[in-house]
Design a protein around this ligand. Structure first.
Ligand code: BTN
Length: 232
């Protein structure tokens, strides 16, 4: 993986926390990726737990804190590119804001965190195990008969993430947005979006120029910047 400085750990609490420690204690952290075989306190979005048994991918990529609002899309597309590249025999789609679905089931998670001047892109991909999730159905790469190991898939992911970051730097959000929309799950369908204090139901109409979720409620077009999406 020549484009990233890679650090492998056996067990850790959370690779995102390790990334924060590195950023705080070193001047040389950009383009480092910290990976672990297993996490004991893996973190998901919105304070949730990310169950992290041995056999799955847990990686935190450290980049400069730029293009931050678009990095969830860049990361999701990089995971999607990776699953396509290993010929996963299933339908691979993107779910706002940053999930990748395989036959409609969650296979990965992305947790972006800003720390000092850096952005940490924490990525978990289910390779061997699909830990149960109370909110969504889950699946794993090995469920489809693909026998590649964590390190081989991680190398492909790292290459794709690097390339897609180059695209956003050189060409802006347009190309990434178009690719995301072309692979969006259930565009035009009915969705429910759970916000902190509100539930919105309507037609999924795409994403805005800045990555907001556009929902047509029948009376207005709402652009949502944070929430959990459910397909109806
Ligand atoms: C989600 O809730 O969907 C996001 C899950 C993100 C999990 C990854 S695994 C590597 C990195 N370290 C963590 O503690 N979390 C992220």
């Amino acid at each position: 993986m020549p484009l990233w400085k890679i650090k492998f750990l056996d067990v850790t609490k959370s690779t995102n926390e390790d990334a924060k420690n590195l950023i705080s204690n070193s001047d040389d952290f950009v383009n480092t990726v910290i990976c672990a075989d297993k996490q004991t306190s893996g973190k998901g979005r919105q304070g949730r737990i990310w169950h992290s048994p041995v056999g799955n991918i847990y990686a935190s990529f450290i980049v400069k804190n730029e293009y931050t609002n678009f990095m969830s899309f860049v990361s999701a597309i990089s995971i999607m590119d990776t699953l396509k590249e290993i010929n996963l025999p299933a339908k691979i789609t993107c779910k706002w804001p940053n999930d990748v679905l395989v036959d409609g089931k969650k296979i990965s998670g992305i947790l972006l965190e800003v720390h000092d001047d850096a952005l940490i892109i924490g990525i978990g991909i289910n390779v061997k195990a699909a830990p149960e999730n109370a909110m969504y159905q889950t699946t794993a790469i090995n469920d489809f008969g693909i026998k590649l190991g964590v390190k081989e898939i991680l190398e492909i992911l790292a290459k794709n993430l690097y390339n897609n970051i180059e695209i956003i730097k050189q060409e802006g959000f347009g190309k990434i947005r178009a690719k995301w929309l072309a692979n969006a799950h259930n565009i035009g369908g009915q969705i429910q979006v759970n916000l902190v204090n509100e539930i919105i139901v309507g037609c999924f109409n795409g994403i805005s120029e800045v990555g907001g979720l556009i929902v047509d409620t029948g009376t207005e077009h709402k652009t949502i910047m944070a929430g959990d999406v459910f397909y109806l």
